[in-house]
Write a protein that binds this ligand. Sequence first.
Ligand code: SF4
Ligand code: SF4
Length: 441
Amino acid sequence: MAFTFRGGIHPDYMKERTSASVIVSDMPKPERVVLPLAQHIGVPCQALVKVGDRVLEGQKIGDCESGLCAPIHSSLTGIVKAIETRWHPNGTKVLSVIVEGDGTDDKVELTPFEGEIDDLSPEEIIDRAREAGIVGMGGAAFPLHAKLRTALDRRVKTVIVNGCECEPYITADHRAMVEYPRFIMMGAALIRRCLGVDDVVICVENNKPDAIATLRATCDGSGISVQELPTKYPQGGEKQLIRAVTGREVPPGKLPMDIGCAVFNVDTCASLYRAVFRGQPLIKRVVTVSGSAVANPANLLVRIGTPYQDLFAYCGGFSSDPYKIINGGPMMGTAQHSLETPVTKNTSALLAFAENGGEETILDDSACIRCGRCVSVCPMRLQPTRLYECAVVERFDECAKLNVMDCIECGCCSYTCPSKLYLVQAIRMAKRSIPKEGAKK
Ligand code: SF4
Ligand code: SF4
């Protein structure tokens, strides 16, 4: 089998600046953390604390009764200074709990489990994933307990652990695989136990040979295999990964579980291990800080809620004026406008770029030259040029017929377009507009 998918691109990966940077785990505590009560797909949490309360590191401060909610825990011990709307990395203002540190190290932890994995029932694993507030850490931020519950009900047969990290610049998962492979392997084993599956495979692109070697040595004899995949963007997309590993296609409009597969990020697995066997809720994560405007790029273990400015300051500040700051990778990340915005559970990278000499210039009168490049690179076999034409004239019904909802917003079409059209932006707008159109009707 070729272990790849149709389409995709080969951007300059630019990972060398941080791929050998050991994760910094002793960053100074921030003075305050900003904890949005919505850090997951689903129903936002309600605050469980009020202004003036003293909260401990690891204390649950937000939760709700919905099955699609992941609790929020304080990442700092201190006083709740405010509960108000603050900027979220997604570009909206979200109700957030602001905790000002009091300099102490008091903390609360969940009760660690001290037995063997096989002593845990699926329900116990799901409950512990929920109590720890774990979400998909590769970017989707879907509550882990909800995904495990659905996968269990749907009798998933294949579990894929995603260590591809195909976005340029980001090396957080790469370093995690090299530095704590056992946590990832044990987390994958917990998921295997929870879902009762035999087939668990950790997938890594071949531009991370040290991670592949370390994971293979760690997983030897565990029944969990490690699959090396060709380096190609977006190899880490769920549907692309399933196609590459199993040869099976997820049909349009369907989900991986519809064909018996579930995909989990490597750091999500490590967080599950920490929650179950160490009693640690999800209050820290690894973030790659990189880009041409960053003085000393690094991989940092960061308390969730830490403002961006603290991360850049730790990395020596800016070597030149940042022209653009992005939360996530350059292909699918979100441009940011405030350095006070906090790191959230799914922030894998923070990138700052210097002025790039006009490469971004887009001519107002640029037009499609019918070269077909966007069609040939689209990993979802869509027609980006046609979707774009319909989206810009607000023919969202046509977009729907052309399966716009299957677009994974990977940006391959925009990347490859010689006319530099805003393809993915227009397609994204169409996707957001379709539910509204339906509601109007
Ligand atoms: S149409 Fe969507 S899935 Fe296809 S290349 Fe463009 S952004 Fe990616
Ligand atoms: S890549 Fe750009 S110019 Fe070429 S067909 Fe697609 S939209 Fe048109």
